[in-house]
Design a protein around this ligand. Structure first.
Ligand code: NAD
Length: 329
């Protein structure tokens, strides 16, 4: 079967593509394990720099997901699964409402409509975010917490979740929305997510570069490592529709760490000289957005499906250091 990943040239899109190629097969909406014979990446940018891109199963559609004809090129009749990751991230969606609506909402609806039109009733995995919640929240959010986004990105993800749920209820698609924790430590350059610093304060000092932390040391975050997120996305995909009775939205398990805890982990794992490269300078916009995000979830449904969290933040720093060493060679 064909698997389509939008945002396939992005950080998580590339990790997901590599893992699906390695697994070779996924379960379709009827519960049958099907060989992945085609993997199509749809993105504004071309995926490059990874050996698996030359795999004969991989092809790319390069274009704007807000253009129906771009998405339509990828969505052929043998499409069994769609992973919709393309998005403008939180900082950009907050700064430019129209781009956020176009990419995060309009393209999601178009892709859902194209998925609905296929004869195969494909699975549809939507990457949502904990930013669908905000404001005055309980210390630990239950699975049935109402959606109260405090930024445009969260509002746009919430709209996507509702569409996925409603179209699944109507049997038009077999959808599931995964509310991912903040993913850290992310390699590469900073991005426009308000949470970008959560990787920067680890990644930059480890590369002998100074890093500024724009939120208060006590700010707490709900986080997960990149490999764990990919495992959980695949568990979300493989879970049968019968296990998603009351909702199609799943809060993914994570761990709660304060930003101070993150820097302390860096100190324990990499030493004082590295951790001392982090300085604190409050950015009120980022601080407001991040402090409005939830800090812990019961994630009962996610755990029942087999999703898991990382053990602790020290291990997440170590895993990133191992990744950097492996990619240096
Ligand atoms: N990384 C995190 O911490 C995190 C947390 C929660 C949710 N998410 C969600 O997971 C998904 C993937 O996140 P990521 O960290 O890999 O982000 P990313 O920015 O690395 O990747 C997003 C990709 O989408 C593409 N894209 C953006 N606008 C496009 C457009 N108009 N047309 C075509 N392609 C377009 C970008 O080129 C990019 O390759 C996103 O939906 C994001 O909202 C991420």
């Amino acid at each position: 079967m064909r698997v389509v990943i939008t945002g396939g040239a992005g950080f998580l899109g590339k990790l997901l593509a590599a893992k699906i190629l390695e697994r070779r097969a996924l379960t379709d909406a009827s519960g049958q394990l099907r060989e992945v014979s085609e993997l199509v990446l749809v993105d504004m940018a071309a995926a490059q720099g990874e050996s698996w891109i030359a795999d004969k199963r991989v092809s790319q559609v390069i274009g704007d997901v807000a253009e129906r004809n771009v998405l339509a090129q990828a969505m052929t009749a043998n499409t069994g699964s769609v992973f919709h990751l393309a998005a403008v991230v939180s900082g950009q969606a907050e700064a430019d409402f129209d781009i956020g609506m176009r990419v995060n909402v309009d393209s999601t609806r178009t892709l859902l409509e194209l998925t609905r039109a296929l004869p195969t009733a494909p699975k549809f995995v939507f990457t949502s975010s904990i930013a669908v919640f905000g404001g005055a929240l309980p210390a630990v959010l239950p699975d049935d917490q109402i959606l109260t986004p405090q930024g445009s990105y969260g509002a746009q993800k919430a709209m996507g979740e509702l569409l996925v749920s409603d179209m699944s209820r109507k049997g038009m698609i077999d959808g599931r929305s995964l509310r991912l924790p903040t993913v850290t430590v992310r390699p590469g350059k900073p991005n426009k997510a308000a949470s970008s610093f959560a990787s920067g304060i680890i990644r930059e000092p480890l590369a002998d570069v100074d890093a500024i932390c724009p939120v208060a040391p006590d700010a707490k975050m709900w986080v997960q490592s990149p490999p764990r997120v990919i495992e959980n996305l695949l568990i979300g995909h493989e879970s049968p529709a019968s296990s998603l009775v009351n909702t199609r939205s799943i809060s993914v398990p994570g761990i709660t760490v304060s930003v101070r805890d993150m820097v302390d982990s860096l100190r324990r794992v990499a030493g004082d000289a590295v951790a001392d490269r982090v300085t604190w300078q409050l950015d009120p916009t980022i601080d407001r957005l991040v402090s409005s995000w939830p800090q812990a979830f019961s994630a009962k449904l996610g755990k029942a499906l087999g999703m898991a969290a990382d053990a602790n933040f020290d291990d997440m720093v170590r895993a990133y250091m191992a990744y950097v060493n492996a990619t240096k060679e």
